[in-house]
Design a protein around this ligand. Structure first.
Ligand code: SF4
Length: 300
């Protein structure tokens, strides 16, 4: 139905399997941003959360962008309000005698992107930070765990906004250690949005595209996966030759993002029927937000 009507359906890897199956393209934030930027579609149905649809609207301004559920938000994006960020940037400028560059993880609102110098995703964050002059102070928003991991891996001492993802924050190192003891042969993958103790107990810390790549390079391996639970469906689709176990445990639904879960099959069908609800970004925000995104796409 979508294809005949000229609608491009994009889905994030944290969406339920039936939504991933219905999409023309499934990917992480960077891959979906690139798909939107390259798209000539007249309409994009974005199955993910609100800030992702805003990103598609910024990068594909000619398209009508709509979502299955306008209420599908993000705890991490909500933790950084543009007005608060503007005040903190002013505060740091007076404290440091120089306005810091603001690097924003893509999981933030368009209004926060508009106040930022450059955007990054978990997959390209290290390259984005390393692209900035070494002596320039940096404020990293909104995820303190990803920011902490970047400080560790780049040697920078960025100021960190105190935000976190409600899903990754819940992964506990104790549960992970139990899983590792039960599966000593397993390779542990964790997302950089996880707390430091979980990251330190992992074999690899990487975004979802990196997880897919590493899984594709193994045959018959067992992976413990420290990210949103629906990523297991994607891993099984792309690299079915391996076994995947979800941290903190397959019987626990607390590793599912409640915001992503708002998108249901019925809402997707209704959205495709009506090409709505629409997601639009006001022009005064869209210009600077798009420039920050384009700077990222120029780096990687
Ligand atoms: S998994 Fe976390 S960061 Fe991703 S949409 Fe859900 S709350 Fe936001």
């Amino acid at each position: 139905m979508a294809t005949e009507r000229g609608i491009l359906v994009l889905a994030h890897s944290y969406q339920d399997g039936f939504i991933q199956d219905a999409a023309h393209f499934v990917g992480d934030s960077l891959e979906l941003a690139r798909q939107a930027a390259q798209s000539e579609a007249e309409a994009i149905c974005f199955c993910g959360v609100h800030f992702m649809a805003e990103t598609a609207a910024l990068l594909c301004p000619e398209a009508e962008v709509f979502v299955p559920d306008l209420d599908a938000g993000c705890s991490l994006a909500d933790s950084c309000v543009a007005e608060d960020l503007a005040r903190y940037q002013d505060h740091l400028e007076s404290k440091l005698g120089k306005r810091p560059r603001t690097v924003a993880y893509i999981n933030c609102t368009a209004a926060v992107k508009a106040l930022s110098d450059i955007i990054c995703t978990s997959g390209n964050a290290k390259a984005v930070v390393e692209s900035l002059p070494p002596d320039d102070p940096i404020l990293f928003v909104p995820d303190r765990h990803l920011g902490g991991w970047l400080n560790e891996t780049t040697g920078r001492e960025m100021e960190l906004w105190d935000g976190a993802c409600m899903v990754h924050e819940l992964f506990s190192v104790e549960t992970l250690r139990e899983l590792q003891a039960a599966h000593p042969e397993a390779i542990t993958l964790s997302h950089p949005e996880c707390p430091k103790a979980v990251r330190d107990a992992s074999d690899h810390v990487l975004g979802t595209a990196g997880m897919l790549k590493i899984a594709g390079n193994h045959e018959g391996a067992t992976f413990l996966v420290g990210t949103e639970g629906n990523m297991l469906y994607r891993l099984k689709q792309v690299a079915p030759q391996n076994t995947y176990l979800s941290a903190p445990g397959a019987s626990c639904a607390c590793n599912l993002c409640p915001h992503m879960q708002l998108n249901t099959a019925a809402k997707l069908r209704a959205a495709l029927d009506s090409k709505g609800p629409r997601v639009q970004v006001p022009a005064e925000v869209a210009g600077p937000a798009r420039r920050a995104l384009e700077r990222m796409l120029d780096v990687v």
